[in-house]
Write a protein that binds this ligand. Structure first.
Ligand SMILES: NC(=O)c1ccc[n+]([C@@H]2O[C@H](COP(=O)([O-])OP(=O)(O)OC[C@H]3O[C@@H](n4cnc5c(N)ncnc54)[C@H](OP(=O)(O)O)[C@@H]3O)[C@@H](O)[C@H]2O)c1
Length: 182
């Protein structure tokens, strides 16, 4: 049996169990994480249960417009993990460049009288995805909620498009020695 056949058999077994679970009322939704376009297309082709959510890294430096639009077209809700680009945490962990230092976003923050993080989160919400920022600080938790009282203009949304770097800030390969996202 080839590796591909084995993979397919494993997927079939998971699918059978999942379907059985759904029939028993144990499963409500199928959600997936870090699926790129090819994996998502694959999943849509073989899975009898259409995934409802794809949780992916996306932020101003990693916009992934094609993947976001592909998911939206197929009715899959995109959840943006790492929506602040991981901020200082990913800089410390992985040496990543933070979008919170970006001059274009800083200028917009000034213009809208908001913080840089609020601009980044508002931009994320206006693209449609659900955003799930994380903070260990109560004042930032409050700050991160104050994003529903303003709208970024279409012109400024276009400006944000221009700063995409196709740049992943979660880079666990630096510790694990293998690239999960290859
Ligand atoms: N599915 C997956 O593979 C996957 C991968 C990664 C992450 N996630 C999930 O995505 C969520 C967020 O991910 P994340 O923590 O990696 O990224 P993030 O939310 O983009 O960034 C978190 C960092 O931003 C800082 N921060 C939060 N609010 C801020 C603000 N207003 N101004 C400046 N800095 C701010 C936090 O520091 P302080 O704590 O000091 O405020 C922390 O260093 C988590 O629930 C995580 O579990 C999922």
């Amino acid at each position: 049996m080839s590796n591909n056949d084995e993979d397919r058999n494993k997927k079939q077994k998971v699918e059978d169990k999942t379907l059985a679970g759904r029939e028993r009322g144990a499963l409500v939704e199928l959600q997936k994480s870090n699926y790129d376009i090819f994996l998502t297309r694959d999943c849509l082709a073989y899975s009898k249960i259409k995934p409802s959510v794809n949780q992916i890294e996306t932020h101003p430096y990693f916009q992934r417009d094609s993947l976001v639009k592909f998911c939206q077209k197929h009715g899959i809700c995109v959840t943006a993990h790492t929506p602040l680009g991981g901020a200082i945490a990913n800089t410390e962990w992985f040496g990543s460049v933070s979008c919170l230092d970006d001059p274009v976003i800083k200028a917009l923050a000034k213009k809208y009288n908001k913080t840089v993080a609020q601009i980044v989160l508002r931009w994320g919400i206006q693209r449609d995805p659900v955003v799930i920022p994380k903070t260990s600080k109560i004042e930032r938790l409050y700050e991160n909620y104050q994003v529903f009282d303003f709208t970024i203009s279409d012109q400024d949304m276009d400006k944000m498009k221009g700063i995409d770097r196709n740049y992943r800030t979660n880079q666990p390969a630096k510790f694990w020695g293998m690239d999960l996202y290859a």
